[in-house]
Design a protein around this ligand. Structure first.
Ligand code: PLP
Length: 621
């Protein structure tokens, strides 16, 4: 259990049961659970192939509740006179079923949506029907974007147009005059407080979005001149996603609160303070400020924000604002689990070697001697020697001084040395730096039925860590150490960094494959950003997805969203499946004419071809 750290990242949703399977408790500590291994088997019986994305709508609901409950508690504790009205950033996961759930679950809290682009605005406007919920309009805007948002006010919606670029101010003033609508406006500030980690550049003077303090003053003057300062109600900032340190969050809110009160004193009608996203997810369960973790919980986050804003407002005698956060990752990550199977494995050969004979090449004899003498005292030095001898064998082979059979023997002895050294190193408390690569060198490759580019693009693009572990056999010792290689024919299509305590480990503890038995792995906490950022590399398409809801009797499959077929993915690159089949038919006719193929073979080929096009892009067992 400890090797996968499930208690750290999984609580309260994922744990291990007595059968050695993963249990999902979608309602957190409120009871009701499912055996994930059994669930996958049941879904497979319904013809749902792997890889399969399972979304648990109850987890989504629970996340929304927890976020709101944390702010409610902080508001009571600090006697805060304002409220909290969160919004979900649509960019994080735009899937319709998920957004429908989100809007529904958010109703009791007037939970709103944030759009970061024009297409997202289209979705948000049509989806959000909660009275009083906010629709935060971020991103680049043109006249049509601004007009559409303003006109939506007439439908009873509350679109907040957040000015992120100085050019938008005049567009807004013009649109407001033309339509005769007083819009709800916000400004996005570039804070000097820097985020940290991968998204740290989202703040600071050179950030892509937002206005500098002099620019904000210009906005105030421009709006005042246009007699529209009343419209300016909201201050927004976003210092980056996955903020792992609470001190960074505190620093940002401290600066933002000061800007807020200043804007109020300049005459703006300040009612809302929007702290953006950044609320982190503890991917490695270490509760530290490591980039895959965070050193605070939801309650610390809410409390620190409320306390800081209250203090800044009280100091100047200004009414406290309604607080908004745009938490995406923290809301959407936990609800989905990607399940995939292992197709095969490849191991380095580590059979015990036979002793070197007198007449064998000196390099082989040296390698044998090294192997024979490895012990706890010299294993580090032995690794160095074995590596040297192997490199020498390779260069001699290239120069034509070593036969291929001798090279094979040298490589085999080298692997045997590595295995013996690794076995000793694993027993030690401290592993010397130069031996760290040994785990990697000796790792088994587990070929998995998924595409990293489609299902975990951040793992490839920015080395993001996700917890990955088997769904079953967790009562058996995991004797293998492996890395995962995906279906794409791209050498980057692999996962070779796994969560560890405040660190990254190069291999994952896995089990031997048993003939005829499936081996299922789950990738957890990937519900934010991965689906939409996933791409069609090698034409592996969207995976199958199911929405599961807990019921008193077990579970209900709310929706099945079938993954792409091959005909669908080829159509994205402008091929028509029927044209392809026709082209193949003509080729077989030609081959038949020239007697290069029999009629039976031609039939078989065309049947396979046509059948494949209608099928899932991944492998079926
Ligand atoms: N708000 C804005 C403006 C963003 O750019 C983002 C994403 O980076 C978010 C909110 C969501 O951030 P997170 O997923 O860290 O909550």
């Amino acid at each position: 259990e400890n090797q996968y750290r499930i208690q750290g990242w999984g609580e309260p949703y994922f744990s291990i049961n007595a059968a050695g399977h993963i249990t999902v408790s979608p309602k957190g500590d409120r009871g009701g659970s499912l055996d994930l291994f059994d669930l996958v088997n049941a879904l497979r019986q319904r013809n749902l192939g792997l890889p399969l994305l399972i979304r648990f709508s109850d987890i989504l609901e629970h996340r929304i509740e927890r976020l709101n409950a944390s702010f409610a508690k902080a508001i009571t504790r600090y006697n805060y006179a304002g409220g909290y009205r969160g919004v979900f950033p649509v960019k994080c996961n735009q899937q319709r079923h998920l957004l429908e759930d989100l809007v529904r679950f958010g109703k009791p809290y007037q939970f709103g949506l944030e759009a970061g682009s024009k297409p997202e605005l289209m979705i948000a406007l049509a989806m959000l029907d909660t009275p009083g919920a906010l629709l935060i309009c971020n991103g680049y805007k043109d006249r049509e974007y601004i007009e559409t948002a303003m006109l939506a006010q007439r439908l009873g919606q509350t679109p907040m147009i957040v000015l992120e670029q100085i050019e938008e101010v005049q567009l807004v003033i013009d649109a407001s005059r033309a339509l005769g609508i007083q819009p709800f406006l916000g400004v996005r500030a570039k804070l000097s407080s820097k985020g940290i980690g991968r998204w740290g550049d989202s703040s600071g003077d050179r950030a892509k979005f937002g206005l500098t303090i002099p620019e904000i003053i210009r906005v105030v003057e421009q709006l005042k001149e246009a007699n529209m300062l009343e419209s300016l109600q909201l201050l927004h900032y976003h210092i980056g996603s996955q903020i792992s340190s609470i001190s960074v969050i505190k620093d940002a809110i401290l600066e933002a609160s000061k800007i807020f009160v200043e804007l109020a004193q300049l005459g703006a009608n300040m009612k809302y303070l929007d702290v953006g996203g950044g609320l982190g997810v503890d991917y490695d369960g270490s509760q530290t400020n490591f980039h895959a973790s965070k050193n605070y919980n939801l309650q610390n986050y809410a409390s620190d924000i409320i306390a800081e804003v209250k203090e800044a407002c009280d100091e100047r005698g200004i009414p406290v604002p309604t607080l908004i956060s745009e938490s995406g990752r923290a809301i959407a990550s936990h609800q989905s689990v990607l399940i995939f199977d292992v197709l095969s494995t490849s191991d380095v050969p580590t059979d015990p070697p036979t002793p070197a004979k007198e007449e064998e090449h000196l390099i082989i004899r040296n390698l044998w001697e090294t192997f024979n003498n490895i012990n706890v005292q010299n294993y580090q030095e032995a690794f160095y020697d074995a590596t040297q001898f192997k490199e020498e064998a390779l260069s001699r082979f290239k120069l034509g001084y070593l036969r291929i059979t001798e090279r094979a023997r040298a490589e085999q002895l080298y692997w045997a040395c590595c295995k013996k050294i690794l076995d000793i190193a694993r027993e030690q408390e401290y592993v010397p730096d130069d031996l760290e690569d040994l785990e990697k060198i000796m790792a088994s490759i587990y070929y998995v039925n998924m595409s990293v580019f489609q299902s975990a693009p951040d793992s490839w693009a920015i080395d993001q860590l996700f917890p990955i572990m088997p769904l079953h056999r967790l009562d058996e010792e995991a004797t293998q150490r492996g890395i995962l290689a995906d279906l794409t024919c791209d050498s980057d299509g692999k996962i070779d960094q796994f969560i560890d305590l405040r660190d990254v480990k190069p291999v994952l503890e896995l089990h031997d494959l048993k003939p005829g038995e499936p081996y299922y792995l789950g990738l957890f906490l990937g519900g934010a950003y991965q689906e939409i950022m996933g791409n069609l590399h090698n034409l592996f398409g969207d995976t199958n997805a199911v929405h599961i809801k807990l019921t008193p009797k077990g579970y209900q499959i709310e929706h099945v969203v079938k993954g792409d077929t091959m005909a669908e993915v080829v159509s994205y690159v402008q091929y028509d499946a029927e044209d392809l089949v026709e082209s193949m038919r003509q080729r077989t006719e030609q081959a038949l004419l020239e007697k290069r193929i029999t009629i039976q073979e031609a039939q078989r080929l065309l049947q396979n071809y046509e059948h494949s096009l209608g099928r899932y892009t991944y492998l079926s067992p």
